[in-house]
Ligand binder design. Structure first.
Ligand code: SF4
Length: 272
């Protein structure tokens, strides 16, 4: 792990080292891009987004807005490019890995193969053997499990040539600062935050019931698509929501609230 000061010193001292900012389509990584562009223009930043192929349309729109407003180029990489498989209409990187590598087993918080296959490995391929600083949008006030200060903060890769750096944390930027950065830059928040607490795949299993209900209202086609992945075989249920199918959820009379994005557990790679 490096601090921001070390990464800045390397700009002149080691120009061969790359500076790579991973964006997820979420607010914290977007604020990181704004912060670096505004305050550290000397950093020759490269931007990368690892596309699972099952992201929300709002995420793709937000990435395009980032490019237009910040004047940056975001490299899109995906796992099929990594293994040399051609993309086909209707077959996403997620679908290929689900069927060909994971025998139809849906990922879950306990078996989170999706992050490794679809986010981490494509990122490592993008970096290759070059030495790089990997800029990650962890804020100074992260309280969520896996983000707290006394534990090792999340990194995109454990490879020795990929050194994580946390500029928002090093510059003591908190949630209010992130919001202000996005507001003042003209970028604002991604629109999906109106009905969902985090970035990521439309069927992300970290979604809470209230978010699934809002996905159904906002994107009924995606809700139906998510249902098609579920299977019930005898007493075995392969579902997104623990123990319940999305059809079960449709019959639930309760209107669930949106979870607090700062209080809930989530994926430290996808939800930044
Ligand atoms: S957003 Fe959720 S489903 Fe998608 S790769 Fe990340 S953890 Fe997996």
């Amino acid at each position: 792990m490096a601090n921001l000061e070390e990464a800045l010193a390397a700009v002149d001292e080691h120009p061969e080292i790359r500076h790579i900012i991973s964006v997820s389509g979420g607010k914290d990584s977007a604020a990181l891009a704004v912060h670096v562009r505004n305050n550290y223009p000397q950093i020759p930043a490269e931007y990368v987004f690892c596309d699972t192929g099952v992201e929300l349309e709002e995420t793709y729109e937000y990435l395009e807005r980032m490019e237009a407003i910040l004047g940056i180029e975001i490299h899109r990489v995906n796992a099929l490019d990594l293994i040399g498989v051609n993309q086909k209409p209707g077959r996403t990187p997620f679908d290929w890995f689900l069927q060909e590598r994971y025998s139809g087993f849906l990922p879950s918080p306990r078996m989170r193969w999706c992050t490794r296959a679809l986010k981490i490995h494509p990122f490592e391929k993008f970096v290759g053997n070059s030495q790089c600083f990997s800029y990650i949008g962890i804020r100074a006030d992260e309280k969520r499990d896996g983000y707290v200060q006394h534990r090792k903060p999340p990194a995109l890769s454990n490879r020795p040539n990929i050194e994580p750096v946390y500029p928002l944390r090093d510059d003591d930027l908190r949630l209010a600062d992130v919001r202000a950065l996005l507001e003042n830059s003209g970028l604002g928040l991604p629109t999906y935050y109106e009905w969902r607490s985090r970035s990521g795949c439309y069927f992300c299993f970290y979604q809470q019931k209230g978010e699934w209900q809002r996905l159904r209202k906002t994107h009924p086609d995606l809700y139906q698509a998510a249902k098609k992945y579920e299977r019930v075989e005898g007493d075995k249920r392969f579902t997104w929501v623990d123990g319940r199918t999305l059809s079960d959820l449709e019959d639930d009379p309760v209107d669930y609230d949106l979870p607090d994005p700062e209080a809930e557990d989530g994926c430290a790679i996808c939800h930044l």
